[in-house]
Design a protein around this ligand. Structure first.
Ligand SMILES: C[S@@+](CC[C@H](N)C(=O)[O-])C[C@H]1O[C@@H](n2cnc3c(N)ncnc32)[C@H](O)[C@@H]1O
Length: 253
């Protein structure tokens, strides 16, 4: 199965602990820190089920969500609030918009899904192309520390209940430090009306990027690096930081 086909319909339940309101507060704090005026039009790249897209739309931003998974976008449409974002089923390495945006966000380690040679450069170049001059690009990645010491070759079980029926998600990791590639083997067991369980499997892949690789790719694409933070309080990253939040400005001459 293609990545996210199998788990799109349970994705939000399995990530229910994530606080997108706090994350949207941080995004707005980044706007205030790094832009002279808040943007009106914002791109949510690899928007998935639209958690950030909807959180920012509810705050009055005109939102565009781009993702390559029709299943994830179907969930995003189903959650639409009063303000309906524009959702586009496109690849983050080569998407096309109708014009430029004031800011682009890319949340929850979606950048780590760029596993192929040249993918990171293609994505950053495309984002740069669709940002206003001095527009802001905010993204986060899983750090090398997290790949080596948290994901590693570990296994987890996520357990939940949807409409009174049990859902189990087994998650087995395999990380190769030499290639920087991490495979996630997901097995989903969903209880049906008769009490039987339906089993679905999906494999996902992420690439580990060093900070130097990310900064070099940003520079090549025409960005100025503005900051890397360990959390929503703009704390400087340390050796055990698991997620880097990176802000960059599109330089256009
Ligand atoms: C971990 S999910 C994050 C989704 C969303 N940003 C969030 O905060 O919940 C990663 C998303 O990246 C998308 N994705 C992965 N590779 C992509 C690509 N090349 N182009 C567009 N979307 C991609 C997946 O379909 C998935 O929705």
């Amino acid at each position: 199965m293609a990545q996210y086909d199998a788990i799109a319909h349970v994705y939000d339940r399995l990530n229910a602990e994530l606080d997108y309101h706090a994350w949207a507060d941080f995004v707005e704090a980044c706007f205030d820190r790094h832009l002279s005026v808040r943007p009106s039009l914002v791109l949510d790249l690899a928007c998935g089920t639209g958690s950030m897209t909807h959180a920012l739309a509810a705050r009055g931003y005109d939102m565009i969500g781009v993702d390559r998974s029709p299943e994830m976008l179907t969930e995003a449409y189903a959650r639409a609030g009063e303000a309906m974002p524009l959702f586009l089923c496109q690849d983050m390495r080569s998407f096309e918009l109708y014009g430029t945006v004031g800011a682009a966000v890319c949340c929850l380690d979606s950048i780590n899904y760029l596993t192929g040679d040249g993918d990171l450069a293609a994505c950053f170049a495309t984002v740069h192309n669709y940002l206003d001059p001095d527009g802001l690009f905010l993204f986060d990645v899983n750090t090398p520390y997290k790949f080596a010491h948290v994901y590693g070759d570990n296994a987890y079980i996520l357990e939940d209940e949807i409409d009174g029926r049990a859902v189990w998600c087994g998650w087995q990791n395999s990380y190769d430090a030499a290639t920087g590639l991490c495979d996630f083997y997901l097995t989903l067991f969903e209880e049906d009306a008769s009490g039987r369980y339906r089993r679905t499997e999906e494999t996902q892949h992420e690439r580990c990027f060093t900070h130097d690789t990310l900064l070099s790719a940003l520079t090549t694409a025409g960005f100025a690096h503005l900051g890397t933070y360990a959390d929503y309080a703009f704390t400087a990253p340390g050796e055990r930081t698991e997620r880097w939040y990176i802000a960059a400005r599109a330089i256009k001459h």
